[in-house]
Ligand binder design. Structure first.
Ligand code: SAH
Length: 356
């Protein structure tokens, strides 16, 4: 009997289980690169175009440019997407029809791939950014980077010889997505504020969403001149050129989305000290609002925890990091704040209110 090998049946099973886990980590990049190929080929759009019943491979291929000799490869790729939840499949019962197409499986969008189509909640640009070679290749050097003493250029700068500047459609798509949720889940956070500065606000999508939902809040964006130069015109949002390490313009509330995790504790303390100087006391509405990960604050589901840990390693790309509650608390206190409240309702991220 094969199962009663030298190691004993259960040991063999344990070894094979261990190898399965190892395969999962080893092949994680195939999952990611397959997803990138789906974006490159617009496979989700092709399925979406065919409507709710889904699309067969011939129907997908009619809208996706691949070489006809590679159609069997596309079938194999679709099998991976079904296994990883990117798409779903429905196999029609055998029809006995002579029409080969009648027995073709139908591929459908799942909630995951719905985030890759349409004009609302579309995260294609962010997914394309994270799977872009410029963002992927630096991680080949992660092990070597650990050999060097800090402060060392971040992994991105080591790989590309220049700093990362992420002001693009990827960040915009995240802003549209998460701000709608933040505003509906946490309206009270923005209520009662007269003015707000989105510090490191990029092209201002978050500030625009806040200004639209709360017309009484005067919203500004603070960012570098080369970023502000690309900002859209004709909005109620005011764009201010400046450096958050020097000072921030005065307002009731300072807002940070995906900014503080780019920086080490010393830098965050400096930035928050500047905020402290620019806001009124708590009784007059003064606060800082942060959208970022608080490690350990949300679900304890292992898929959630894994993403927290992956984001933390990802932030090494710019010498940033994800923080747990104690780490956040330390920088809040050091910057002269007295209290904070964490609301973990943004999936893997939280909204943090920090009070003077
Ligand atoms: N909050 C935006 C952008 C995050 S990317 C969003 O979530 O989409 C980080 C932003 O911080 C970039 O726009 C970058 O230009 C800006 N930034 C970096 N250093 C800065 C500084 N010293 N002063 C002001 N903005 C800065």
């Amino acid at each position: 009997m094969g199962s009663m090998a030298l190691n004993g049946g259960s040991t063999n099973q344990a070894l094979l289980d261990a190898q399965l886990e190892l395969w999962h980590s080893t092949f994680a990049h195939i999952k990611s690169m397959a997803l990138k190929s789906a974006l490159d080929l617009h496979i989700a759009d092709a399925i979406h175009h065919h409507g709710d019943n889904g699309a067969t491979i011939p129907q997908i291929v009619s809208r996706v440019t691949i070489h006809s000799s590679k159609i069997p490869c596309l079938r194999r790729l679709m099998r991976l997407f079904v296994a990883t939840g990117v798409f779903a499949v429905h196999h029609p019962p055998p029809s006995g029809s002579r029409d080969a197409d009648a027995d073709e499986p139908m591929y459908m969008l799942t909630p995951t791939s719905r985030l890759l189509v349409g004009s609302q909640n579309n995260l294609t640009a962010l997914t394309a950014l994270v799977t872009h070679p410029a963002m992927v290749t630096p991680f080949f050097e992660l092990g070597k980077w650990l050999l060097h003493e800090l402060p060392d250029p971040c992994i991105f700068k080591r790989a590309h010889g220049r700093a990362l500047s992420l002001v693009n459609d990827g960040m915009l798509s995240d802003s549209h997505f998460i701000m709608d949720i933040a505003i509906s889940e946490c309206a009270h956070v923005f209520g009662g504020i007269g003015s707000l500065v989105d510090v490191g606000g990029g092209l201002g999508a978050a500030a625009k969403a806040i200004s639209k939902a709360f017309p009484g809040v005067e919203c500004s964006v603070l960012d570098f001149d080369h970023v502000v130069a690309k900002a859209p015109s004709g909005t109620k949002v005011r764009y201010v050129v400046g450096d958050m390490f020097e000072s921030v313009p005065p307002a009731d509330a300072m807002f940070f989305k995906w900014v503080l995790h780019d920086w080490g504790d010393e830098e965050c303390t400096m930035i928050l000290k500047n905020c402290r100087k620019a806001i009124p006391p708590r009784e007059k509405g003064g606060k800082v609002i942060i959208i970022d990960i608080v490690v350990g604050a949300g679900s304890s589901d292992f898929r959630h925890k894994e993403i927290e840990a992956l984001f933390d390693i990802y932030m090494m790309i710019v010498n940033g990091k994800e923080r747990n509650e104690q780490e956040w608390k330390k920088i809040f206190l050091r910057a002269g704040f007295s209290d904070y409240k964490i609301t973990p309702v943004l999936g893997v991220r939280s909204i943090i209110e920090v009070y003077p």
